[in-house]
Design a protein around this ligand. Structure first.
Ligand code: MEV
Length: 339
């Protein structure tokens, strides 16, 4: 993607999409392949300047601004010319596995780089990853890349597809490559358990789990499956994508990231899905379902009856964007729908 983030003065509005990981969460932290979908539900920010020298406000509160680690790491990296008043509206439940932190960080970083006169999108990808990573302490660029690029992406040391950018890893690990895959145009259903998860805690737990003798083999198997997933998506082969999702789910259970509420939701969609799996860190959070064609709403109802919150979603083609705010009502975000 070669487009630039345009220059933007205050006040401004930015938008960034959420994400669902289709294959390879956790393994991607170790450089293995993951496939991620940017979702047509995301986060909208409205930002204006404040007079004086204060630390700025988040949804009207100075304390909330100070307590938001993603806000703080972003502002530290790219200090704005004056204190900011930040208003956030998000369709993404927090700690749901749907990339709310990444969408917030990428949306804010787009605004900060816009205020600095604009930037290449690759710079936005790097800066969003750094700010999220610094706030979280662990993790890969999978979530922020989806928020920045939109569409369907592969991420990892190999990353098949049309290359977008490369992001450095620490500890001598290979860099993450990020590439674009085609969007088959399908409708997906996400089911949120309502149980918030803490990504950093689950990622650290998995870090311990893969030190077991079978850990490296499991990571290799996830990598190989995600690479097959890239081929299946390129071929638009719905049955193969679903089969690989089910197989990836078994691997995620072996990694130890399931939760009784995730198991309930998985059972509820069994008969209506081509494929279903945990999406994101797990330990709570959400599942993603590829429904049998025409069964999207029935899948949503099944998730609802099992006590989850369903979202019927498609891939968002566009990544993070910024535009000046000229007053009057703003156009709403790109609109994820609750089933
Ligand atoms: C979280 O959305 C995905 C994980 O793989 C962590 C990461 O890649 O940063 C669990």
């Amino acid at each position: 993607m070669t487009d630039r983030i345009p220059p933007s003065g205050l006040p401004l509005a930015s938008h960034a999409p959420g994400k669902a990981i289709l294959f390879g969460e956790h393994a991607v932290v170790f450089g293995k392949t993951a496939v991620v979908l940017a979702l047509d539900m995301g986060t909208d920010l409205e930002i204006s300047g404040l007079r004086g020298t204060g630390s700025g406000t988040y949804n009207g509160s100075e304390r909330a601004a100070r307590a938001n680690p993603y806000l703080q790491t972003s502002l530290l990296a790219h200090p704005p010319p004056q204190p900011l008043d930040l208003r956030c509206r998000s369709q993404l439940p927090r700690a749901s596995g749907l990339g709310s932190s990444a969408a917030f960080t990428a949306g804010l970083m787009t605004a900060l780089l816009g205020m600095e006169g604009g930037a290449e999108r690759t710079t936005l990808a790097l800066e969003s990853f750094r700010a999220e990573r610094q706030a979280q302490g662990v993790g890969s660029p999978v979530d922020t890349s989806a928020a920045v690029a939109g569409g369907v992406l592969s991420v990892g040391a190999r990353a098949p597809g049309d290359k977008l950018w490369e992001l450095p890893a620490e500890d001598g690990r290979p860099a993450w490559h990020v590439a674009r895959l085609p969007d088959p145009g399908w409708t997906w259903v996400v089911g949120f358990t309502g149980v918030p998860k803490d990504t950093a805690t689950v990622v650290r737990r998995v870090g311990e789990r893969v030190k077991a003798p079978d850990g490296p083999r499991l990571l290799e198997q996830i990598d190989s499956l995600a690479l097959q997933g890239c081929d299946a998506l390129r071929a638009g082969d719905r049955a193969a994508v679903g089969r690989l999702m089910n197989e990836n789910q078994r691997q995620l259970v072996e990694l130890g990231i399931s939760h009784p509420r995730l198991d309930d939701l998985m059972r509820s969609v069994e008969k209506l899905a081509v494929g279903a799996k945990i999406t994101g860190a797990g330990g709570g959070g959400s599942i993603i379902v590829l429904p049998c064609p025409g069964d999207e709403l029935r899948v949503g109802q099944a998730i609802s009856h099992a006590g989850g919150v369903p979202f019927v979603v498609k891939v968002a083609a566009r990544g993070a964007s910024v535009q000046p705010l000229t007053g009057g009502p703003q156009p709403p975000g790109t609109g994820g729908r609750r089933a």
